[in-house]
Design a protein around this ligand. Sequence first.
Ligand SMILES: [Zn+2]
Length: 68
Amino acid sequence: MDCPNCKTWNPDDKEVCWRCQTPLPKPKPPKKRTQTGGFPSWMWMLIAAFFAMTLLGQCLFSPLNVPQ
Ligand SMILES: [Zn+2]
């Protein structure tokens, strides 16, 4: 990481510049994923809703869609 004051390169784990002692901005830590498998929970809801709609559609609406 380059120092914002003197543009000197510093190791990423340094908190202050080794040359001018300017506090270095900390790199953003990677976001930890709480869901298992990195799959968003709303996706499971969407899949469940899709299957529920499909099953309901087959049970309720398929007799009505018979042509003639
Ligand atoms: Zn510096």
